[in-house]
Design a protein around this ligand. Structure first.
Ligand code: TRP
Length: 447
């Protein structure tokens, strides 16, 4: 197997930062605080952490080992184990999901980029004016897409690993700076209390489902991003250790993001349950009122843009690695091709915040926006579905013996009790629990 020609990580540290870069993105800093705010605060945080460790971590190990086993993209990884039959479509589902999530993820990422300058230059444009301005959105979209293309263009070590090493360490530093500021505001402790004091009476079946969905999105699970990143790992790497570090880093950043946001929200008398607009509507008003808010606000959106970039490249890398491995395309050609398709699907998303009536209120999708439809299909359904099928594939088709052998290559101690626990979770608990999530998110069951 020539891992050299298709790229590999330069070091374990490089892999961990790249994988953490994929995981930590808008999902942690934009989505996590607002779903936490909408779902009651501390109790939701505890539930989320449980979901990550019970379901997310076992699936992460499954994806990483599947990738490293074959040194291939999701389609190739599955074909290496099941050369014929329908399983390969699971790989295609992953590749397509990556492409489609990227198409709307880039839009939000472009906004974070635009908001850096809006905040810095104190541009008074409102969020509605901003999101309905088609030329502005197109411009920001293309800029952000070009940055992602630029990184992926450079390949695994020279692009993804190199930029993750540069960008990722900046994240916690900016975040800590904002937290200190946020905590010193008058009334900040109200927010800390909301965030840290659990009230379990607010937990419902629905909350559990939302926490599980967040565990997938935030940890880049369910579409083969981690298969692809695992495929660049050397055989002597410890998948368990590296994977665990990635997840813990992600939880740490999510946790910090809450500390940056809730104290400020409460100090300014705003509602923590503002929804997806928390970051783009509520925070800018807070930054305007705060002393020093311009600097803090600018830093905050810079932070979001960096986090989004290292995530977007992992979404882009999945279809690119597919085209390189399976279609023998050159990396540069593949990157431009996938970037072009992304842009094509991004246009209707960009127009769906009021710029186009049709895409803002799809007649065939009960009047929801194109963006909402994409996020629902690919963010809410395809990820849990993919995660469930990956766990079934690994446990029942590949078999736990093969998977255990792969994981133990860099970690001999895995073969004891650890592999037994993991085996039970991946074989039974993951498929069953995720099936519940799936039924819920498609509306087949409601709780
Ligand atoms: N995890 C990223 C975030 O939190 C988004 C992301 C990157 C992702 N790659 C993914 C989500 C793969 C699902 C699957 O923003």
């Amino acid at each position: 197997m020539s891992t050299d020609t298709r790229g590999s990580w330069g070091s374990r540290f490089g892999f961990v930062l790249a994988a953490a870069g994929s995981a930590v993105g808008l999902g942690h800093i934009w989505r996590f605080p607002y779903v936490t705010g909408e779902n009651g605060g501390a109790a939701f945080v505890i539930l989320y952490i449980l979901c990550v460790f019970m379901i997310g971590v076992p699936i992460l190990f499954a994806e990483l080992s599947l990738g490293r086993h074959s040194h291939k993209n999701p389609v190739g990884a599955i074909k290496a184990i099941a050369p014929t039959g329908v399983w390969k479509y699971l790989g295609y589902l992953g590749v397509a999901t990556g492409l489609f999530i990227l198409s709307y993820y880039t839009l939000i990422a472009g906004w974070t980029f635009g908001y850096i300058f809006k905040t810095l230059f104190q541009n008074p444009i409102t969020f509605t004016e901003f999101s309905t301005n088609a030329p502005l959105n197109a411009f920001l979209y293309i800029i952000f897409l070009l940055m992602s293309i630029g990184v992926v263009y450079g390949g695994v070590q020279g692009g993804i690993e190199r930029w993750s090493k540069i960008l990722m360490p900046i994240l916690p530093v900016i975040l800590l700076f904002i937290i200190i500021y946020s905590l010193t505001l008058e009334g900040a402790m109200e927010g800390v209390r909301f965030y840290l004091r659990p009230d379990f009476s607010v937990i419902t079946g629905e909350t559990v489902m939302i926490a599980l969905g967040q565990a997938f999105f935030a940890n880049s699970l369910g579409m083969g991003a981690m298969i692809t990143y695992g495929s660049y790992l050397n055989k002597n790497e410890n998948i368990i250790a590296a994977g665990t570090i990635v997840v813990i880093f992600g939880i740490f950043i999510s946790f910090l993001a809450g500390f940056a946001i809730f104290p400020a929200v409460f100090a300014m008398g705003q509602s923590p349950a503002a929804g997806p607009e928390l970051v783009f509507v509520i925070l800018p008003t807070i930054f305007e009122l705060m002393p020093g808010g311009i600097l803090i606000g600018t830093l905050f959106f810079l932070l979001l843009a960096i986090a989004a970039l290292t995530s977007a490249i992992s979404l882009l890398e999945v279809p690119v690695s597919f085209l390189i491995d399976e279609r023998k395309m050159r990396r540069k050609v593949a990157t431009w091709l996938v970037g072009g398709i992304t842009l094509l699907f991004g246009i209707p998303s960009a127009l769906s915040f009021g710029a186009s009536d049709f895409f803002s209120n799809l007649p065939f999708w009960s009047g929801q926006s194109f963006f909402g439809m994409m996020d629902y299909i690919f963010g809410s359904i395809a990820l849990p579905l993919g995660g469930m099928l990956f766990s079934i594939f690994v446990a029942w088709r590949w078999g736990l013996i093969g998977a255990n052998k792969e994981i133990s290559l860099g970690n001999a101690s895995f073969l004891g009790i650890q592999s037994t626990v993991w085996g039970v979770i991946i074989k039974y608990i993951c498929p069953i629990v995720i099936f519940g999530v799936f039924l819920y998110s498609t509306g087949i069951i409601s709780l």
